[in-house]
Write a protein that binds this ligand. Structure first.
Ligand code: ATP
Length: 260
């Protein structure tokens, strides 16, 4: 484990001066749950980082596991104007921000629709976005878990292809967190103004399974099969099926490589 995470060290290493309230806690169940509980009452934007997250969550009630000190687990709460329907492409825009930040740190990654960051075919980072709308505004809490080192026991427990980033594990985690925060702030500010459209081509540059046969599954049932053709201007996955091109909205569906 590198230097301890510290809010002043992260703030000092940011390249931009836009205000973000930063807080580090030793241990919590879920940084997303904590920021969702504060809702709009807390300072915004807010970054909450946990040295150890004991009940990390993925989509649809799945869990996100992390060993203390071997991962970066954090959530960023951000206020957007308008309703939650404006945020459909947000997980993909966040993926672009993370992928570009990691590429600048010499860690090449790919994006798996809708919300995973892959490295060498394993999952390096996952993300969960939760929202709460009030009159005219929506609070988005963007939770990210990034593996630095993955001990064998944890990999076994997860039971799926996971990836680690030993190169990032050797970095000062405050420097890494500052780089990710800067990239996220830039992406969220741009998303607020322009939506997902300006991110589409950038997302497609990182598309993990471009041109490959894939399946869309929901609770184990295959909904669609086709060749992954990238995403459109609203973040829907374009799939070339036997019946022509279809656009899939994220919802809770999952994408799988089709091994035929
Ligand atoms: P998919 O789209 O492939 O179904 P998902 O995006 O729905 O995945 P998430 O909800 O983002 O998955 O994340 C939860 C899943 O991630 C868990 O079910 C588990 O398989 C996997 N997982 C949990 N912890 C880790 C970790 N530290 N590294 C990689 N994968 C993990």
């Amino acid at each position: 484990m590198g230097a301890r995470l510290s809010a002043p060290a992260i703030a000092a290493q940011r390249a931009t001066s836009s205000a973000v309230h930063i807080e580090v806690v030793q241990e919590t169940g879920s940084t997303n749950a904590d920021l969702m509980a504060r809702a709009m009452a807390g300072a915004l934007p807010a970054l909450l980082i946990a040295e150890h997250q004991t009940a990390g969550r993925g989509r649809a009630g799945r869990s996100w596991l992390a060993a203390p000190g071997d991962a970066l687990t954090f959530s960023l709460a951000w206020r957007f104007s308008g309703g939650a329907q404006r945020l459909a492409g947000l997980p993909l825009a966040v993926g672009v921000a993370v992928a570009e930040a990691l590429a600048r740190l010499d860690v090449p990654v790919q994006l798996k629709w809708p919300n995973d960051v892959l490295k060498d075919d394993g999952k390096l980072a996952g993300m969960l976005i939760e929202t709460q709308s009030t009159a005219g505004a929506t609070l988005a809490v963007i939770g990210i878990g990034l593996n630095l080192l993955v001990p064998a026991a944890l990999e076994q427990q997860i039971g799926r292809a996971v990836a680690a980033a030993p190169w990032l594990a050797r970095m000062d985690r405050n420097t890494l967190m500052a780089a990710l925060l800067d990239a996220l702030v830039e992406a969220l500010s741009a998303f607020e103004l322009h939506g997902f459209a300006p991110f589409a081509a950038r997302w497609n540059q990182y598309h993990a399974w471009a041109g490959q046969p894939v399946r869309i599954v929901d609770h184990g049932a295959t909904l669609q099969q086709g060749v992954a053709a990238g995403v459109d201007d609203s973040g829907r996955l374009l799939l070339d099926t036997a019946d022509g091109r279809v656009a899939i909205s994220a919802g809770d569906v999952s994408l799988r490589l089709d091994v035929r």
